[in-house]
Design a protein around this ligand. Structure first.
Ligand SMILES: Cc1cc2nc3c(=O)[nH]c(=O)nc-3n(C[C@H](O)[C@H](O)[C@H](O)COP(=O)(O)OP(=O)(O)OC[C@H]3O[C@@H](n4cnc5c(N)ncnc54)[C@H](O)[C@@H]3O)c2cc1C
Length: 457
């Protein structure tokens, strides 16, 4: 094929890349999207969607096991892991088909192959050069490991955990962040004896301390073991299992070690360095308009320092497409991006933690915590947890933190409150349907507005 050109060339067809492609096409641009694997990237094939399918299967297992609590006679006969994968893969393949259809409908030219950035705004794939008026780099991320800890055999990362065709008896999860906690939750529901090892002092350490405490309490109740503030020193494996050593001198025996210590930017070997892209620790540096140091070259998604989340990639992709089209979109507020850990129970947040709010606004920030024990729907579901709302002194709500089953769905309202800079007095008169878990958000804002309803004073 001879060299080709378009208004926009995008390297990487994951959340960030395809969102940019679709929005640019809507704005009348011709788009070439280069993808070496499958359109949809990590999120659709190896991330968000498969993990959430596993978590739903886990919830079904818990419901079957616990039916008695609701007066329904059920027992869990067992988990057919092949059946679980069939269900999960069915979800992925339907969404994948839909996404391919969307690319076609937007008239995006998808080039299959591995691209190398060769300078200017040009990417080369198998000897053919694709040049855009603008170029977006969107090559995503990979599972990191620790120095001296090689992945392979019984030492796995999330990609392997998602396709495991057997259910282990015992697992050690290295890393108590989102991915580690979600897999721990799935495995525990499938009857696996799980131990999480986290070097920082608490699970989900990026969240408000309140959320970590709530989650740890729930995990204790679920008999999910965790060791926080403990460093890993090494792991050895043989045919029978893996032995994990900790700095404390303790060793843990397991069938598998899941390494979930974060994701690194996939920026090596694609010509970025040679082309002169400014990077730090492998991440592509951009300004707030997502411009790299090179003219007409932008970057989006997990290769840009910050939250590694699919919806951040979508938002950044849309942003760059609109920026290129001259629409002057508003810069993205990183704190306004909602975060959800979909474990049982879920942890969801938007805005600042209390510690960050105090750094920014001083010690007079106001907080209110509403316990889900007072929320009818949560009682019906038999979930415990709480909602914490943080407000700037004489100012709007600046942080919302939620823990409990299904609270991930409440983040939709929470993010409107934060991003529209609402005051508790703005939210208090809004009526929440009864009985729903959204009422807990309503109650917290009623209380912060000085008119608590179902709250003990
Ligand atoms: C286990 C797991 C669970 C997750 N759960 C969630 C969740 O619930 N919610 C959430 O918001 N986020 C979640 N994430 C994170 C989310 O998947 C990422 O933030 C998102 O996929 C990043 O999008 P991206 O476009 O930057 O990169 P990717 O989705 O990784 O896409 C990059 C694409 O570029 C392609 N590519 C790379 N190099 C080249 C090259 N040289 N030539 C051609 N193509 C190339 C890759 O094949 C890939 O398709 C999860 C991640 C993991 C691993």
């Amino acid at each position: 094929m001879s060299d080709a050109g378009a208004d926009l060339v995008i390297l990487g067809g994951g959340s960030g890349g395809y969102a940019a492609a679709f929005r640019a096409a809507e704005l009348g641009q011709s788009v070439i999207l280069i993808e070496k694997d499958k359109l949809g990237g990590t999120c659709l094939h190896r991330g968000c969607i498969p993990t959430k399918a596993l978590l739903h299967a886990a919830e079904v297992a818990d419901t079957a096991r616990e039916g008695e609590q609701f007066g329904v006679k059920t027992t869990l006969e067992g988990v057919d892991i092949a059946g679980v994968h069939k269900y999960k893969d069915g979800v992925i393949s339907r969404l994948y088909k839909g996404l391919q259809g969307l690319a076609k409908a937007h008239k995006v030219t998808v080039v299959e192959g591995t691209g190398t950035f060769v300078g200017g705004t040009t990417v080369e794939v198998d000897g053919t050069r694709y040049t855009g008026k603008n170029l977006i780099l969107a090559t995503g991320s990979y599972s990191k490991t620790l120095p001296g800890l090689e992945l392979g055999g019984r030492i796995i990362a999330s990609d392997e955990a998602l396709t495991l065709d057997w259910i282990p008896e015992k697992v050690v999860v290295l890393g108590g962040g989102v991915i580690g906690v979600e897999f721990a939750s799935v495995w525990a529901s499938f009857g696996v004896d799980v131990t999480i090892v986290e070097a920082l002092p608490r699970l989900v350490p990026a969240e408000d301390e309140f959320a970590s405490k709530q989650l740890e309490r729930a995990f204790r109740r679920r008999k999910i073991n965790f060791k926080t503030g403990v460093k890993f020193t090494g792991a050895k494996q043989d045919d029978n299992g893996v032995t994990v050593s900790l700095e404390s001198g303790e060793t843990l025996e397991a069938d598998l070690l899941l390494v979930a210590v974060g994701r690194g930017p996939n920026t090596a070997g694609h010509g970025y360095e040679e082309a002169g892209v400014k990077m730090e620790r492998g991440f592509v540096l951009t300004d707030e308009r997502l411009r790299t140091n090179l003219p007409n070259v932008y970057a989006v998604g997990d290769i840009v320092p910050g939250l590694q989340l699919a919806h951040r990639g979508f938002a950044q992709g849309i942003f760059v497409a609109e920026e290129i089209a001259g629409l002057q979109p508003k810069a993205i507020d990183e704190a306004g991006i909602p975060r959800v850990t979909y474990s049982h129970p879920e942890v969801a947040s938007v805005g600042l933690t209390e510690a960050a709010a105090k750094d920014r606004y001083g010690s007079d920030v106001k907080t209110f915590t509403y316990d889900l024990a007072g929320n009818g729907k949560s009682q019906i579901l038999k979930t415990s947890g709480a909602i914490k709302v943080i407000k700037a002194p004489d100012g709007p709500v600046v942080g919302l933190h939620l823990v409990g089953d299904r609270v991930g769905e409440l983040i939709g309202e929470a993010q409107l409150i934060y991003n529209w800079e609402a005051f508790p007095e703005d939210v208090a008169p809004l009526i929440h349907a009864h009985p729903t878990q959204t009422e807990a958000l309503g109650e917290a804002h009623l209380a912060l507005a000085g008119k608590p309803l179902h709250v003990h004073s």
